[in-house]
Design a protein around this ligand. Structure first.
Ligand SMILES: *Cc1c(COP(=O)(O)O)cnc(C)c1O
Length: 374
């Protein structure tokens, strides 16, 4: 019987049978006793496999509807694993111009040493992607909605272009989550998440995951890379993530509902110059968003406050419920001035503030914004 995401989020990956724990214990042991042959065993060594990691990988695969899920110690570790396995020296990779800054910086620093060239394009216009393709292009990296400008890329259009040119595609689907966007069904080869964000939802663990339906040599090498390079999540982190995933569909729905109302409220505010939220009909790529995002438009909103950097920072310091901190996707609402944290070559406008909407009562959140926007 095909189950819904809410049921899978609670039950997928659990062990069944009489006298089995309803809640899986935390398996801290790094090593496991072998069978009589001295070689085999269900588990051998925790870097290679651990019961908590396997359980949470099964749950994430079920939620996505993917054949395999490979968990990492952070979103960046997952991104690095993809680059290290899918790119070769001298490869060319196309990334969105509003790409997560860590992804961009990883390419600009460590992968530059392998002569990997990355090209940033505005993927909201598909012909830009087409023009950027070279004979060395190995990978097109999609991130939609993007961080932090909430730009929307037409996933199916990029996939069809990539397939025509025998280029692999990855989608960083952290903002949309599998509840809004099933990107493997749209044809991307690999989807990745920073599970630090909505999957965890409580701002207390780091994690990353790569999911795929492919079973070829390249996809298997990502599993090998996980075990060999060793950026694996600890058993306790896997246990917490497994626990958090049970409430992820509920939390995320509440967050999306709050965000939609806040985005609408902000569009009417005289102190706000612009609101970026794909659910607004005024969003430049709203039609594409509507086509590929189901069940909502996420809980991240970016705004341009009328004024400059100083005005924007004044607004964030007046907020009382929203905290000024990096990261997103937790139950608590956060704001961040992105330009301040983007390191060298920042791309965000100086008056841009990113809001991550939590599960607090909508009226309290709006009241907080209202008093800070005076
Ligand atoms: C946070 C984030 C990452 C990086 O994940 P970490 O868990 O912080 O390493 C990658 N992509 C997006 C879109 C993110 O928001």
């Amino acid at each position: 019987m095909k189950q819904h995401i809410q049921t899978l989020a609670v039950h997928a990956g659990e062990k069944k049978g009489k006298n089995t724990d309803i809640i899986q214990p935390i398996h801290l042991s790094t090593t496991f006793e072998r069978n009589e042959d001295g070689v085999t065993g269900e588990y051998i060594y925790t870097r290679a496999e651990n019961p908590n990691r396997i359980a949470v990988e099964k749950k994430m695969a079920a939620i996505e509807g993917a054949k395999s899920a490979i968990a990492f110690a952070s979103g960046m570790a997952a991104i690095n694993a993809l680059f290290d396995t899918l790119l070769t020296p001298n490869s060319h990779i196309i990334i969105p111009d509003d790409c997560y800054h860590g992804t961009r910086q990883l390419l600009d620093t460590f992968f530059k040493r392998w002569n990997v060239t990355s090209e940033m394009v505005d993927m909201t216009v598909i012909s830009n992607v087409e023009k950027a393709i070279t004979s060395n292009t190995k990978l097109i990296w999609i991130e939609t909605p993007s961080n932090p400008q909430l730009k929307i890329t037409d996933i199916e259009a990029v996939v069809s272009l990539a397939k025509k040119n025998a280029i692999l595609t990855v989608c960083d689907n952290t903002f949309a989550t599998p509840i809004l966007q099933k990107t493997l069904e749209m044809g991307v080869d690999y989807v990745m998440y920073s599970s630090t964000k909505f999957f965890s939802g409580h701002s207390d663990i780091l994690g990353g995951v790569v999911l795929t339906n492919k079973e070829d040599e390249t996809s298997q090498s990502i599993r090998t890379y996980q075990k060999m390079a060793g950026a694996v999540p600890a058993p306790f982190d896997c246990w917490l993530l497994n626990r958090s995933l049970a409430t992820f569909p509920l939390r995320f729905k509440a967050q999306c509902d709050n965000a939609r109302k806040i985005a609408t409220y902000l569009t009417t505010h005289p102190k706000i110059e612009n609101v970026f939220y794909p659910g607004l009909v005024t969003h430049e790529n709203h039609e594409t968003a509507k086509k590929q995002m189901k069940n909502g438009f996420g809980s991240i909103i970016s705004i341009l406050v009328k004024g400059n950097q100083e005005t924007a920072l004044q607004f964030t310091s007046k907020l009382q419920i929203f905290k000024h901190a990096t990261s997103l996707g937790g139950v608590e609402s956060l704001v961040e001035h992105r330009r301040s944290v983007e390191g060298t070559n920042p791309i965000s406008p100086e008056n841009l503030i990113r809001l991550s909407i939590g599960i607090e009562h909508i009226n309290d959140l709006i009241a907080d914004l209202e008093q800070a926007l005076v």
